[in-house]
Design a protein around this ligand. Structure first.
Ligand SMILES: [Ca+2]
Ligand SMILES: [Ca+2]
Ligand SMILES: [Ca+2]
Length: 165
């Protein structure tokens, strides 16, 4: 009887461990997804209504931006909706999102995050800051990112709504 209980408990533990592993898979994050491709944190002159990000659809299917969110850092950290209505980015297409109002800190380095409509953070950049107050921006290099060095970014003259390289 004792031996049978031990076997049962062992089986239950294995099932539990297996389920825990199953729940924590990274399969929720698609391998290829919408990406942040360029970031203007501190445009020349007034920042209000002039801070923007360039989004790029590197996939071969159209992506509806409705319900996607991007992070902001001022005056506190949070997320803002990229579009509340259907807005299609075609395969290989770009979209410039202009932050409404002042939303980004210039001096402190901040990570940018992109969240899909299911609430899954699909991208998290390195921390960026921009104290230059000119038309230079942080840009993925090469355009869309190198598959081997996805986190390679450079700070150079902006290429708004155009290829970074
Ligand atoms: Ca700038
Ligand atoms: Ca500025
Ligand atoms: Ca660009």
């Amino acid at each position: 009887m004792i031996r049978r209980s031990v076997v049962l408990i062992s089986a239950l533990m294995l099932l539990f461990v297996g389920m825990a592993g199953w729940c924590q898979t990274e399969s929720d994050v698609p391998e290829i997804h919408l990406i942040i491709n360029e970031i203007e944190i501190n445009p020349l002159g007034l920042d209000t209504d002039h801070e923007w990000v360039e989004l790029l659809n590197p996939t071969d299917v159209a992506i509806d931006l409705n319900g996607w969110q991007i992070s902001y850092s001022y005056p506190e950290s949070g997320y803002i909706l990229l579009s509340e209505t259907p807005l299609i980015i075609s395969p290989g297409g770009r979209y410039i999102f202009v932050y409404p109002g002042l939303r980004l800190r210039n001096g402190d380095a901040h990570v940018f995050r992109l969240m899909n409509p299911e609430g899954i953070v699909v991208e998290e950049t390195a921390p960026f800051k921009d104290e230059a107050n000119d038309d230079s921006t942080w840009q993925r290099f090469p355009d869309g990112g190198d598959p081997l060095f996805l986190d390679l970014w450079i700070f150079q003259k902006n290429s708004r709504n155009k290829s970074n390289s």
